[in-house]
Design a protein. Structure first.
Length: 427
């Protein structure tokens, strides 16, 4: 819910031209609304402020263009940027402590436009609690496959998905489980988003050529048991990750692909021999974030006879196909829930600012490597055939995991299919 008092203070600071208060209230209100990013966007006759809440941008307020240079200068001073340079983009950061003593890291980016400088501030809450594995949306075979991978003495565990899909949170959750007194865990990150006791966390600095590959090489000389590297983006980094796994280390990292199986193709395209891919990768996790339905106002989707909210026939056919084998992959799922095929839709109420959604959860696709899949990789099988084999041996697709959450009333079909592709063939 929007804090009306803070919202009024923000509007009052705009009317009075109180720039320091405007900047402060803008950040404070964003925190209360659980925003991840603040967008300050100059247009021809106005400047609008938008917050990204649960992955969706919402317009909050606007202010006149004549005070925009002062607002940008204030933010630049806070983040140690050059206030007299307006022709090129700049990146900076500043540490902020909220009134309730939460430590925040603001990553500030300016971008020159024809109407003035656009500013985006990403909010990193350093004090946020790291969730347990059972709290991030993992269940059924997805949960058991990841646990098997984390129990492996060595190998590579990868998370994949687009920017902002929760990959880093999943890695931190895994590290939280692995973080015991008898193991040495090193991380190389860009940036270090959450500081954890018991871990040796290092932040890369590209301006002095301290990148992920250099960090990995140095980490191997620190007698590690487990290494987490923020992202595998080039051949050098993946080479060192493979070397680390072959010498007895567990390596966790992220990569940018659309599905778990496509990650195998991505790594092979980095000129990594198939036998190394097959022998080192233990688990690949593909994930997306979906908004959770507001539990105060969600309503059951109506039946086709009632018209509004009905599931189209083509979509229902896809749902029937995707539900194949779900009762086996999710043993805790009530069969009655599965049989009813009752979905829910967003309505909107005061608790969720009339949006119908509040908070987010993840949907997962966890590929656990087995000997059958390893042989297919060595035989240069296509990604389509490997995916079919993975599904046959128990992998749940993003679509299937999303449908389970929709059936439980956690999210809606609309949200699930906004991020998950429809799989053409299930076995």
């Amino acid at each position: 819910m929007i804090d009306n008092a803070k919202f009024q203070q923000l509007k009052d600071s705009i009317l009075s031209g109180n720039i320091p208060q405007l900047a402060l209230m803008m950040i404070s209100l964003a925190l209360d609304m659980r925003s991840s990013d603040i967008h300050i966007e100059p247009e021809e006759k106005r400047v609008r402020i938008r917050y990204r809440v649960d992955g969706v941008l919402q317009e909050i307020v606007e202010y006149p263009s004549n005070i925009h240079p002062a607002v940008v200068s204030r933010i630049k001073i806070m983040s140690n940027l050059k206030i007299d340079e307006q022709r090129i983009p700049q990146d900076g950061r500043c540490a902020v402590t909220s009134k309730d003593n939460r430590e925040l890291d603001l990553r500030v980016s300016t971008f020159p436009t024809v109407n003035g400088e656009k500013v985006v501030m990403r909010i990193q809450d350093k004090s946020r609690k790291i969730p347990e594995l059972t709290e991030i949306g993992l269940e059924g075979h997805n949960f058991s496959y990841l646990m098997e991978g984390l129990d492996a003495p060595n190998g590579i565990i990868l998370t994949t998905g687009p920017t902002g899909s929760g990959k880093t949170t999943t890695l931190y959750t895994c590290l939280n489980k692995l973080n015991t007194v008898d193991v040495n865990i090193l991380t190389i990150e860009d940036p270090v988003e959450i500081q954890m006791d018991g871990l040796s966390q290092s932040q890369v600095h590209h301006d002095i050529n301290y990148d992920f590959a250099m960090g990995m090489r140095s980490a191997l000389r620190q007698d590690p048991d487990i290494i987490m590297v923020g992202e595998i983006r080039d051949k050098e980094t993946v080479d060192i990750a493979i070397e680390a796994s072959l010498t007895g280390h567990l390596v966790l990292s992220t990569v940018h692909t659309n599905s778990a199986v496509e990650t195998l193709t991505r790594i092979e395209n980095m000129d990594i021999p198939a036998f190394l891919v097959a022998s080192t990768i233990e688990v690949i996790i593909a994930q997306r974030l979906v908004r959770k339905l507001c539990q105060y106002c969600k309503v059951p989707a109506t039946t086709p006879e009632q018209g509004e909210g009905a599931v189209p026939a083509a979509l229902q056919a896809q749902i029937d196909k995707a539900l194949v084998g779900i009762d086996v992959k999710y043993p805790d799922l009530d069969k009655a829930v599965l049989a009813a095929k009752q979905f829910y839709v967003a309505k909107g109420c005061e608790q969720c600012n009339n949006i119908g959604y509040f908070g987010r959860t993840a949907i997962y696709e966890v590929l656990r490597m087995n000997n059958g899949l390893r042989k297919m990789i060595l035989d240069a099988a296509s990604a389509i055939d490997i995916e079919k084999a993975a599904i046959k041996t128990g992998m749940s697709t993003l679509e299937q995991d999303g449908l389970v959450k929709a059936l439980k009333g956690i999210s809606s079909l609309e949200e699930v299919y906004s991020v998950a592709r429809k799989v053409e063939e299930y076995v």
